[in-house]
Design a protein around this ligand. Structure first.
Ligand code: TXA
Ligand code: MG
Length: 344
């Protein structure tokens, strides 16, 4: 299969993408978080193609994307007052809301759960194809299962070329990490996956919000995953990723780097631009700025993919603060590192 790579600014491309979706085919498209791999959420055989193309376990449920709240009627049983407040405050945007589903939403879409995850993306490319197709679109991140999520059309093409008929390019993803997933079927609400809409932002709107304990820690082996995505290995680049935290982190990173070099292990350091000098002439990549943790989120997955492209064996990452979007950064990073975190 030839994968067509077209811009959302091309009207004919949007029309063709919409027709593909209506006909049960897959289309990858830009959102403000990461690129999504979409199919008609109400078409079971279309949704099954997503799992095939990604190599994704079929019990891991998908997020359903809409462009207008009127589409909720077909998907969810009811929208609580707090859920409605969150929608009004943060949609369109990087927030996914879990609600009790209606029976007509196929099990393939929700991994057999009685709930469904819904999000209204805030990117003109996503909005254009959602509007043109007028179907709710189930879309996970458009990467091969287990690889870092794609934040550029090129990343998607690398993983999906030949597996899908079309890719709708919308440039680099602004947020750079996947949406916040919040469970609104319980009280208080609980964040299952942190993202661009932070706990602090939601608490301003609906009061106390909990954060699932598995957000920064491995899921206990006897625990039931609140979100099936929690139990899978995630965001793993080929390089060995290690996180160093604490007051002596920069010094310790230098020690580890120098020791690795002696053993012929090629290493790159990821930290904020303000720390560059601390690492001398060692291989270093500034993945953002100290006062702007959103800039680290924006570059996180692309820096991990870059390390693989350049063939590094090891990435030493300086931890970031878990305030605000920093929680989303650390949630992805601890998984990329297989929970290899050293306190220095
Ligand atoms: O930003 C995003 O959310 C991107 C873009 C494309 O919109 N999508 C995305 O999808 O990240 P995906 O499939 O990679 O992640 C969906 C996450 C998984 O961790 C899944 O387990 C969880 O949401 N999820 C989906 N439906 C759920 C449900 N009903 N209950 C609990 N967790 C659910
Ligand atoms: Mg994903």
């Amino acid at each position: 299969m030839q994968t067509k790579w077209l811009s959302y600014k091309d009207e004919a491309a949007v029309t063709e993408a919409a027709e593909l979706l209506q006909n049960g085919e897959l289309v990858a498209f830009a959102t403000e978080t990461v690129y999504g791999l979409g199919a008609d959420a109400m078409n079971e055989s279309a949704v099954k193609k997503i799992f095939e193309a990604k190599g994704r376990p079929s019990d891991n449920p998908l997020i359903v994307h809409i462009y207008d709240q009127s589409q909720l009627d077909a998907l969810v049983q009811d929208v609580s007052a707090d859920a409605k407040r969150l929608m009004d405050a943060f949609w369109p945007g990087p927030l996914t809301i879990i609600l009790p589903k209606k029976n007509n939403v196929p099990d393939a879409t929700t991994g057999g759960l009685s709930t469904v995850a819904v999000r209204m993306p805030d990117h003109p490319a996503a909005q254009a194809i959602l509007r043109a197709s007028n179907v709710p679109v189930a879309a996970p991140s458009a990467n091969l299962s287990g690889k870092p999520s794609p934040t550029t059309a090129r990343d998607v093409f690398e993983d999906m070329n030949g597996r899908i008929p079309m890719l709708i390019d919308g440039g680099d993803c602004e947020v750079g990490v996947e949406s916040t997933v919040v469970d609104m079927t319980r009280t208080p609400a609980m964040i299952l996956r942190p993202g661009g809409v932070t706990r602090e932002m939601m608490e301003d709107v609906i009061g106390p919000v909990e954060v699932h304990e598995a957000v920064l820690a491995p899921l206990a082996s006897d625990a039931q995953a609140a979100s099936p995505g929690m139990k899978y290995k995630h965001y793993a680049p080929k390089a060995h990723v290690r996180i160093i935290t604490g007051d002596r982190a920069a010094e310790r990173i230098c020690e580890l780097y120098d020791a690795a070099k002696k053993e012929g292990i090629s290493t790159i350091i990821f930290s904020v631009s303000e720390e560059k000098e601390l690492f001398g002439d060692r291989d270093f990549y500034a993945w953002g700025d100290l006062e702007d943790v959103a800039s680290v989120a924006h570059h996180l997955f692309s820096s991990l993919r870059m390390a693989d492209e350049k063939g590094y064996d090891q990435v030493l990452c300086h931890s970031v603060d878990t305030e605000g979007v920093g929680l989303a950064v650390m949630n992805r990073l601890v998984r990329a590192a297989g929970f290899d975190i050293e306190q220095a």
